[in-house]
Design a protein around this ligand. Sequence first.
Ligand code: BGC
Length: 403
Amino acid sequence: MRTKRAYLLISIFVAASLLLAACGGEVATPTSVPAAATSTSAPAAATDTTAPAAATDTTAPAAATSTSAPSTGGVPAGKIAILLPETKTARYETQDLPNFKAELQAKGFDLNNLIYSNANQDASAQQQQAEAAITNGAKVLVLDPVDSAAAAAIADAAKAKGVPVVSYDRLITGSDAVAYYLSFDNAQVGKLQGESLLQALSGKTNPNIVMINGSPTDNNAKLFKAGAHSVLDGKVTIAKEYDTPDWSPDQAQNEMQQALTALGNKVDGVYAANDGTAGGAIAAMKSAGLSPLPPVTGQDAEVAGIQRILAGEQYMTVYKAIKSEAMAAADLALVLLGGQTPPASMVNGKVNNGKIDVPSVLLVPVAVTKSNINDTVIKDGFWKASDICTSDFAAACTAAGIK
Ligand code: BGC
């Protein structure tokens, strides 16, 4: 009992420090705390009914087979499952998963009791993975849904079995079975992208832009898109706009290719919702021979995105402190595993998912251009200079003051 209470107190402290750090301490630019999610409006329910591009992974989920769930060092006994949506975007396996595991381990959790599955953008595979995780003994699900609306069925089924669900990064909509939601202020992500694009286009009259949005089944993509439109509409001509199934970089490349053909290469700027789609759009523009390349936005502060910014191929990205997000998710999962109700201090708002107000932790996104790479992703320890400044980028790194 005493260890449980001590554990809870430590968790509260760590979560509170994380929030404080993420809300303004560690990165240079954010000046305000995240718009504590007081919004009560329901996010647009995913209306898209088109099937996502054929999933490549049809194999059964790699479910952990370990059946023992010993309690170690005051950590509650039992298994935790983390279900991530895809592998084409670098963040999941380079940031989310390792940081989630590291935090669990730091708290004394035996990683043999962690079940990890990745759905490779296949919503029905994710449902099977969730069922398998529960069958294999998961007592908490941390779920980053491929399809925000379809995942309601996963959450409802988990709740029926007494398994709490943490909606990780993407909101699970239309279910009252979502215990917590951890993410960033995603409308703000879209606004930062739109504002940066306007900044890059200042001086151009009525610029022509192409919008390459994210996956229509991802609630975040809707928020990024809405945030970007709120800034761009009326200030630019949106000549072509696409929703990109599965957030696929290849698909983004095709979309950009089509736009260039339709517009006779007359493109002044590109809104790309993340670094993966930015990479696809840039590849299309390079093969069409555009020079100089127009400004392109991105998100995730992937190494490849930062390197393109240094090389002058991409204008900006958005840094999200994924480490804080993953650590907060691990802390919440441990409290839930112990059968406790996390204290109010572990959350900083609530977000309505169309059914209920979900207690939420929302962190602050930061715009990154060449001028503040050092003060954001390097200073915050997200990347080391050596991760970015490989030989091809050494000179650009020096010029940008990255050390
Ligand atoms: C995440 C982004 C990511 C995208 C593609 C979004 O839900 O918030 O960070 O780039 O999905 O996986």
